[in-house]
Design a protein around this ligand. Sequence first.
Ligand SMILES: C[S@@+](CC[C@H](N)C(=O)[O-])C[C@H]1O[C@@H](n2cnc3c(N)ncnc32)[C@H](O)[C@@H]1O
Length: 290
Amino acid sequence: MTRVALRPAINAAVETLRAAGVHSPQADAEHLAAHVLGVERTRLALTPLVAPDTLTEYRALVDRRAQRIPLQHLTGTAAMGDIDLAVGPGVFVPRPETELLFAWALAQLEALPHDHSPIVVDLCTGSGALALAIAHARPDADVHAVEIDAAALRWARRNADRCIADGDTPITLHADDVTDPNLLSELTGRVDLVVANPPYIPEDAKLDPEVADHDPHLALFGGADGLDVIRGMIPTITRLLRTGGATAIEHDDANGSDLAALLGKQGDFTDIVEHPDLAGKPRFVAAIRS
Ligand SMILES: C[S@@+](CC[C@H](N)C(=O)[O-])C[C@H]1O[C@@H](n2cnc3c(N)ncnc32)[C@H](O)[C@@H]1O
């Protein structure tokens, strides 16, 4: 069968995606091509010619991306740390900005005595992204993950099963509400690290179609100011952490100082620090249980 050139198809896809308002048309066009070919994006140049069927499949995916279906729903995966997570309809797609919170969390665990097996809790786990990436990086950790939404939990279970099959230490998934005063009562005062990427977008925010139409509503919105779930889970975090335990909570870029103030008002935290993301926007607040 005559093979056909891939690069002109990629260039055409970039234009299609740009015209559709996709924010990163070049990267997405290349990611989709790499996905169809089953290669790393950096190795696309090594496949200059492809079968016509491959191009047909590629163009169909580009058309769906032009309808603003998230790239990760089309490829079926999103990354966190050193793991890939299966994602799709019904679960929040993990975002690159959360990698900074993840890196901060690992640094906290590194600073603990090396003979100490840490207890870690991930509140609002979604696909299991933070919990599973931490368990992968720290096989000695006892990792618990909490999620209220049944559909998201199914994705988290699927990801957790795959991580176990790949040799990672199992995490414990809890179908529960992070604002429940009795949540994980057996861990009260024993937890070394609580991480959370909760729903934090203010209700009236205007969102891209990829987010508004495809991430679950429950994963996105945190009430009028975006802080409803965060306010509800601060008592949980305070109760779970041991003295000297650490927490990091991701937030809307408008809410960094409000969240820092909430933790300060609680009176049980020191070293409250606001951290920016790679774009320089306020993204998560970290604190230590006093
Ligand atoms: C922004 S997503 C984050 C998912 C994951 N942590 C990540 O970074 O990809 C927030 C998640 O919190 C869950 N959630 C919302 N309210 C919750 C609650 N009260 N208790 C537990 N989980 C909740 C949502 O279903 C959603 O999966």
